[in-house]
Design a protein around this ligand. Structure first.
Ligand code: PLP
Length: 395
């Protein structure tokens, strides 16, 4: 099978295989020309026209490149969509999706959406007349109440960041269809290993592939997948028109990372559950946010729409001073923004991802000065717990 089959994730043999098998047998795992065991790097910007009347499949790398195409087919297959597109960052993919809309259109957006998405909507696209309302999507009535005559789309992030609130994807996808809206889900935290929004009725799935899909903190990338060919063509038009394409080397590196997605997610999630339970049992931790905990308000919906709870655990150590002391005292996780890597990453939302949010808005959303976010990697979880224990003891 070669990528000549077109940018179509479904309809080939691979789509009948189980997810773990599809990760390794996605159609371009073997180079059709040479049998090489990985997709070749087509490090070329342009393609020779052997016969001017019969142009090659790819003519210019902004419009299409065989290495990038293999990645695009790969993510479409994993998400169960028709078309996939690769962008130079998650924000580039999200930007392209928002360009489907026009001046005067209105979007309904998850209240605690990723900071960069919030900035894009409130600091950039608002200047072009795209309106957005931010609502608590755990309350469907609030979403419905936000509908306006000019509402054209709904943008969901679940679990949300960093307090891991869960939105009912299928319920909102169905309502969105009734209203004729384009529905989008940022699936970065769950990945298609756990959650496939297109199967729940969503139109477009977006990813910061910088996180779990890449998985090694070494590549910045974004992906978009459409549920149908018509939206796929529109996304392709935008990707090419905006010139927002993932480079050839990064496309290759991302595929390299994605092959181990199942193994990484499964391992990290077992550890994340253990870590969340350990944190939950401590009296000096004032709150633990993890959809796998018994008392998490979104647990039931999470279990309906997702095959797991993911590898991100947020918790409150009680105060900003204590949080800073813990950050300085941990030895194993890297203290950094980002998540979803082989190494554990400990983040401080109040001073990192959500620093630009006004303090009162931040506090309203539960992003207190004592809140830490732990993205659990592949270390032995008992070592991670021992490390956190010594850091908490010092603080
Ligand atoms: C990181 C992230 C983004 C932005 O992705 P980049 O690759 O950094 O541009 C979008 N959504 C979520 C949920 C993220 O975690």
């Amino acid at each position: 099978m070669s990528s000549k089959d077109g940018n179509n994730g479904s309809g080939n043999r691979s789509s009948e295989l189980k997810f773990d098998t599809r990760l390794l047998h996605f159609g371009s795992e073997v180079d059709a020309a040479t049998g090489a065991s990985s997709v070749p790097l087509y490090q070329a910007s342009t393609f020779h026209h052997e016969d001017i009347f019969n142009p090659p499949q790819h003519d210019y790398t902004r419009s299409g490149n065989p290495t990038r195409q293999a990645l695009e087919d790969y993510i479409a297959l994993l998400e169960g969509g028709t078309n996939g597109y690769a962008f130079p960052s998650g924000m580039a993919a999200i930007s392209a999706a928002f360009m489907l809309f026009s001046a005067g259109d209105h979007l309904i957006v998850t209240e605690d959406v990723y900071g960069g998405t919030y900035r894009l909507l409130t600091g950039i696209l608002n200047r072009f007349g795209l309106e957005a309302s931010f609502v608590d999507m755990t309350k469907i009535e609030e979403v419905k109440a936000a509908l306006r005559p000019n509402t054209k789309g709904i943008y969901i992030e679940t679990p949300s960041n960093p307090t891991l609130k869960i939105t009912d994807i299928a319920a909102l996808a169905a309502w969105s269809k009734e209203q004729g809206l384009i529905s989008m889900v940022d699936n970065t935290f769950m990945t298609p290993y756990y959650q496939r929004p297109i199967e729940l009725g969503i139109d477009i799935v977006l990813h910061s592939a910088t996180k779990f899909l890449g998985g090694h903190s070494d590549v910045l990338a974004g992906l978009a997948v459409s549920a149908n060919e018509s939206l796929g063509r529109q996304l392709k038009y935008l990707q090419n028109g905006l010139g927002s394409v993932l480079g050839v080397q990064d496309s290759w590196l991302l595929m390299r990372g994605m092959k181990t997605l199942s193994a990484r997610m499964a391992h990290s999630e077992i550890s994340a559950r253990r870590l969340a339970e350990w944190l939950d049992s401590r009296s000096d931790i004032t709150a633990v946010y993890y959809p796998g905990l018994k008392d998490h308000p979104g647990r039931e919906i999470q279990e309906q729409q997702s095959a797991g709870y993911g590898a991100v655990v947020s918790f409150d150590v009680g105060s900003g001073d204590r949080a800073k002391q813990v950050l300085n005292a941990v030895k194993l996780p890297i203290v950094a923004v980002s998540l979803g890597a082989v190494e554990s990453i400990l983040s401080y939302p109040a001073m990192m991802s959500h620093a630009s949010m006004p303090a009162e808005v931040r506090l309203e959303r539960g992003i207190t000065d004592g809140l830490l976010r732990f993205s659990v990697g592949l270390e032995d979880v008992e070592d991670l717990i021992a490390d956190l224990e010594q850091a908490l003891a010092q603080a």
